[in-house]
Design a protein around this ligand. Structure first.
Ligand code: MG
Length: 297
């Protein structure tokens, strides 16, 4: 009888132990993962935006993106909307307005530039970006300079734009493709730009895919020019992680050196639809252990 009683007590204890273990596991599983701050360059959904702006923005929010970088500035308007209407549309969808690609190239040669028109263009653009609630204004590309004098003219131009942006409370940056990793008269263009722009006025929005396509390692640049890369374009050949060409783990593990505060996903080509590519890309980052919840804290 005593034996039976001990046996029953042991069995009851085991059941309780297993039950409480299950409950604990269940609680761990149901606890929501910390939401990651992941932004989207809207160029990724350029055709969908043309077809239906509001529905596209709504889908971006539902996928879990935190905010957006615009690629539709023209003549004081964003995607044809006033800055205030654009800001409201983004924020009403539950997204943050972060940044925007906009720019005006110099004349060729640079000495032919009409400076009065050029600075009037920038004054309008800077005011519009401020009114839209942007933190950043980024030049997406420049015509590939043929001479160092042309390249220096762009560095001087960028320092001046950066100074104007700073005065308005915006940060100014330059976004690369792969031609910046070629030499201009014996100087590697990207390095020349990093060395000849003022860090207080010009940051670099490194597109990590284009850097790899330029046969350079993003992390080498973070080490050589620490703190210059305030935003990263997180891009792959198609949706993120698809090609295996870009070492996203090394990039994210060295964000502190880069000085990056914001990660902007860009998808330019797709295995399926643009929507699926954009969704698969945020899922890839959400499932990656090397991606922290935020880099701006
Ligand atoms: Mg890019």
């Amino acid at each position: 009888m005593k034996k039976l009683s001990i046996l029953l007590s042991t069995a009851l204890f085991c059941c309780l132990f297993i039950f409480s273990g299950c409950e604990q596991q269940g609680q761990q599983k149901s606890a929501p993962a910390e939401k990651k701050d992941i932004y989207l360059q809207l160029y990724s959904l350029r055709d969908d935006i043309k077809a239906d702006f509001a529905a596209t923005i709504d889908s971006v929010a539902k996928m879990g993106y935190t905010g957006i970088e615009a690629a539709g500035y023209n003549d004081g308007l964003f995607y044809g909307m006033s800055p205030a209407d654009f800001k409201k549309a983004i924020e009403d969808a539950g997204l943050e307005v972060l940044s925007s690609h906009a720019g005006r190239p110099l004349a060729e040669p640079a000495s032919d530039t009409n400076w009065e028109e050029t600075w009037a263009w920038w004054d309008t653009a800077i005011q519009a970006h401020k009114d839209a609630g942007m933190k950043y204004l980024v030049v997406a590309w420049i015509p590939a300079p043929k001479t160092l004098a042309d390249l220096q003219a762009y560095c001087d131009y960028f320092n001046q734009i950066g100074e104007k942006c700073n005065a308005a409370g915006l940060r100014f940056g330059y976004h690369n493709h792969n031609f910046e990793y070629k030499e201009v008269e014996g100087e590697l263009m990207y390095d020349y730009m990093l060395k000849n722009t003022d860090p207080a006025k010009v940051f670099f929005q490194m597109d990590v895919y284009w850097t790899v396509m330029g046969q350079k390692a993003p992390v080498d640049y973070f080490n050589e020019y620490p703190g210059r890369f305030e935003i990263l374009h997180i891009k792959d050949s198609k949706e993120l992680g698809q090609s295996g060409m870009v070492g996203f783990d090394a990039i994210y593990n060295n964000v502190d050196k880069a000085g990056a505060k914001y990660m902007v996903v860009e998808v330019e080509r797709y295995s399926g639809t643009p929507f699926n590519g954009v969704r698969e890309s945020i899922d890839y980052l959400n499932n990656a252990d090397f991606v922290k919840a935020s880099y701006n804290k």
